[in-house]
Design a protein around this ligand. Structure first.
Ligand SMILES: [Ca+2]
Ligand SMILES: [Ca+2]
Ligand SMILES: [Ca+2]
Ligand SMILES: [Ca+2]
Length: 487
């Protein structure tokens, strides 16, 4: 077997004695274990320094192991050397190799560290090693330092970029610009380690976003505002979301978006195209939207509404990155290193009806959302202002919703076929399903008889005459009763 063998041997180290004209040297060169019959070739380059001009003689010896543990030299061992000759080894022609890549700080993966350390070892002394010889993937962090650790090994530090907020895999490799070479200038070509290759970390460095709920109230719209530009998520959440990670992205994960008289839509292309969606808590999944994405409510064109949006904060990290506009099923945990905040918030929108058709619409048009949540204020039989007129009458007779009101009915007379009747005149709603107006008469204020029943009409007023002509019979009383059947 022939083995390449290179070793620097200084003349003094091997005690080469020189005499004029002829030099003999006894070289003791460790060559490892040779089995009997194996051989190894020793090659030296001999520089004759004092000759003019200098001459160089190559000395090459074939050493063959013998059965008694000794060796024989198969080539002529004697070569003439000039006085004061020095011997230098032949150039190293073997490229260096990567011996191993190991995790050094922290020592194991997965990890939660903002700075990662690798130790890269080579099989021989190398030169030209610096941070620029390496690169990492899976992160925008970089190899910032490469420190000689001795033993042909270097300690690399990976830090910066998104690493402090990253949940994912960070893998170390060599950069295309690496120019590592051994001490004889043989370039590092083969980049796969001959030994261990622990060249990656799984990191869970993301800090979940933190949402501080503030019950945002969105700018109100009319029931005819069916093609608005909506709002960006950023405009909805304001400054309610923070994130400990550098350069963190913002977004929301909607878990509730409901409405009674219209539909929610979102756009992930700045409002060029809109997608209708509905989410309720029971769905158990979320719709992911970035800060730049838009949300709008499309009313049914007629009726008022109080639609709401429920959401947690979403930092767009990990497996959810790039999933804006899609359902992420399911929402797997929140807080910790997840992309979702622990806290949730609810945004409220009021759609004011342009035609009041129902008692609910009338409430929306005249009471705040906070007031509408209190039955003692907005109940049909409530009189929150103490004006002697309950809400249902204010609604049915188209009276002001607040404060004192004029008498809701007025006396008049109606002449039919030459006969004059007393009559009640009052306002009615133009459109109010379920609402009716009943005029009743009595002679004793105890027994009441229905005279006529009326419904909302396009005129907005009703003149209801009595059944008995003016001046006939005993004194009579008329009254108006409003009935409401919820729709
Ligand atoms: Ca080499
Ligand atoms: Ca370099
Ligand atoms: Ca972090
Ligand atoms: Ca984060």
């Amino acid at each position: 077997m022939n083995r390449s063998f290179f070793r620097f041997v200084s003349l003094s180290a091997v005690g080469l004695g020189l005499v004029a004209g002829t030099a003999r040297a006894d070289l003791s060169v460790p060559i490892g274990d040779l089995a009997p019959g194996e051989s190894v070739r020793l090659s030296f380059e001999v520089a004759i320094e004092e000759a003019l001009p200098p001459t160089v003689t190559q000395i090459s010896q074939q050493v063959t192991a013998t059965s008694d543990g000794g060796s024989t030299l198969s080539d002529d061992p004697e070569t003439a050397l000039a006085d004061d000759a020095t011997i230098t080894p032949l150039a190293d022609v073997v490229a260096p190799r990567v011996a191993s890549i190991l995790r050094s700080s922290p020592a194991a993966s997965p990890a939660t560290a903002d700075t990662l350390g690798f130790r890269v070892a080579f099989d021989e002394a190398v030169q030209g090693v610096d941070a620029g010889d390496f690169g990492v993937s899976g992160t925008t962090a970089t190899v910032t330092t490469a420190v000689d650790a001795g033993g042909n090994a270097y300690d690399l530090t990976v830090t910066g970029g998104d690493l402090a907020g990253l949940t994912g895999t960070v893998t170390l490799g060599f950069s295309g610009a690496q120019n590592i070479r051994d001490l004889s200038d043989n370039a590092l070509v083969e980049l796969t380690p001959t030994g261990a290759n622990d060249n990656f970390f799984e990191v869970a460095n993301n800090d979940a976003p933190v949402l501080t709920p503030f019950d945002p109230v969105l700018p109100g719209i009319l029931s005819t505002d069916t093609a608005t530009a909506g709002l960006t998520v950023a405009a909805i959440v304001g400054s309610s979301i923070t994130d400990a990670d550098p350069g963190a992205e913002q977004g929301i994960a909607l878990f509730q978006a409901d409405a009674s008289h219209g539909r929610w839509q979102f756009s992930i292309d700045g409002g060029s195209s809109w997608n209708t969606f509905a989410i309720t808590l029971a769905d158990g999944d979320v719709l992911l939207l970035r800060a730049v994405d838009r949300i709008r409510f499309v009313p049914d064109g007629l009726r008022g509404d109080s639609p709401t949006l429920g959401y947690v904060a979403w930092d767009q990290t990990g497996a959810t990155a790039g999933l804006e506009g899609t359902r992420f099923v399911p929402l797997q945990g929140s807080g910790g290193s997840t992309p979702f905040s622990m806290a949730y918030d609810a945004a409220h929108l009021t759609v004011t009806p342009t035609v009041i058709g129902t008692y609910e619409d009338w409430l929306i048009a005249n009471f705040t959302e906070a007031e509408r949540s209190q039955g003692q204020i907005v109940g049909q039989d409530q009189d929150p202002d103490g004006a002697g007129v309950v809400n249902l009458l204010r609604f049915a007779l188209d009276l002001p919703a607040h404060g004192s009101v004029p008498p809701p009915t007025t006396w008049t007379t109606v002449v039919e076929a030459g006969i004059t009747y007393p009559a009640l005149q009052f306002s009615v709603r133009r459109l109010a399903p379920g609402l009716s107006y009943v005029v009743e008469s009595s002679v004793d204020l105890v027994q009441w008889t229905v005279v006529s029943t009326w419904y909302p009409n396009s005129e907005g007023t009703v003149t209801a005459r009595d059944a008995v002509a003016l001046g006939d019979g005993p004194r009579r009383f008329l009254r108006l009763r409003v009935e409401s059947v919820s729709q």
